[in-house]
Design a binder for this molecule. Sequence first.
Ligand SMILES: NC(=O)c1ccc[n+]([C@@H]2O[C@H](COP(=O)([O-])OP(=O)(O)OC[C@H]3O[C@@H](n4cnc5c(N)ncnc54)[C@H](O)[C@@H]3O)[C@@H](O)[C@H]2O)c1
Length: 464
Amino acid sequence: MNTVVCVQGLGFVGSAMAIACARAVGNLGAPAFEVIGIDLPNEQGKARIDSLNRGEFPFASTDSSLIEETRRAAHRGNFKATSDSTVMKRADIVVVDVPLDIDFDQPTPKLVLTPFERAIATIGEHAKPGALVVVETTVPPGTCENVVLPILRQSAERRGIQPFALAHSYERVMPGEHYLESITSFWRAYSGIDDDSARRCEEFLTKVIDTANYPLKRLSSPTASETAKVLENAYRATNIAFIDEWGRFAEKANVDLYEVIDAIRVRPTHNNIRQPGFGVGGYCLTKDPEFAAIAAREVLGLGNQDFPMSELAMRINRDMPLHPLRLIDANLGGLHGKSIALAGISYRQDVADTRYSPSQTFVESAEREGATIHCFDPLVQHWDELDRPVLNEMHQCPDVHAVVFAVPHREFRAIEPHAWLGGKTPLIVDANDCLSAEQLGAFAAAGCGVHKVGRGLVSDGAGA
Ligand SMILES: NC(=O)c1ccc[n+]([C@@H]2O[C@H](COP(=O)([O-])OP(=O)(O)OC[C@H]3O[C@@H](n4cnc5c(N)ncnc54)[C@H](O)[C@@H]3O)[C@@H](O)[C@H]2O)c1
């Protein structure tokens, strides 16, 4: 009989994880698992379910292998998606990929725990006796032991069934060109609430991930692996924030910080130094560094524990998109009545995800100051967070005072400035290393003022 895997939550992580499980190969080349993806019976959940059942990945993606594997999964017959959580009664393994949010509008950020607890309670209510629950959701350290385990234990006791096994293994998935591979060909850490849970989790991951080339790393407790995920993302967010002040220095000192960073990166100890950019977005780096302080206060009962570096990093990252806005303000002599084209609204190149995008901060601030913004993104049709349509094509330079290149989507690198401008000379701001040196030079030669974040003024527009 096939091992049945249920993936709870078919968002950016769960959809891709479900496809990774469906393509896993077992004995004699047969599929290793029967996979059932589960989402909520609301409009968004149903759209994701229907899309996966049609063999279409539910998010725009530049990863052709993920698109192809989704099609194959639907036709192979070992994958389906549903909003009926009672299917968990067949599940040998339940993978948890639902969100866990933080309410940043409180005087002290607070965990929004109820929806997550409800998701775990659903598993406790329906899953097969003794099933393995693998939590992939990013959670404050201590959550598996102090929140998930008690809910699962109570459910098993109430149902009079064999207790569930519980493991934690966090996702490092990277939506983008290598979306699927970032799950199947990448290192994973995991842990179990006991030896049996850890062993079963290892056995499961070994079938989904190329562990011969990317060995698994077992940590001694779920709280340790939960800490690893949160620290990993806090480290990344802090690295990004650190370079911001150097970018501003470089612009004033007329130094190209990209050239400087290239020289530094040859040192193996320094090869992950970040570069200046437009800011940090997405669902993870904008919230995860806060999880440690929250864990101390709300999960582990340690009271207030300070994380001044992480907090400062998050603040700096949130404000980063305001820097190019101030550059435009200074160059155009104010923002009121000015029109700006914003090229790129997703939080990262080659992804369609607009959650907590730095472009949102940019647009909201610019509009508050009286500017009009025209939004372009090759991968996004509708900007859900701001409820407005997005133009996908930017064949010709729009009639605006300034163009900001905010996300290094590959389409922007293909622009041929002279033909694209068609005689117009807006201020060009490359806020995120989106354009090549040749493109910057060509914009300057065509008479545009050109500014690059982390490098400064490339041309004042008088050099045509
Ligand atoms: N997006 C990333 O790149 C990324 C990378 C690594 C880790 N993570 C983490 O993975 C987790 C999921 O992130 P995401 O980006 O996939 O979120 P998402 O919001 O895209 O998807 C979550 C899905 O879970 C569904 N859901 C919520 N409650 C449910 C329930 N009770 N039953 C069934 N479905 C339910 C939602 O409807 C939604 O479709 C988060 O903890 C996130 O921090 C995300």
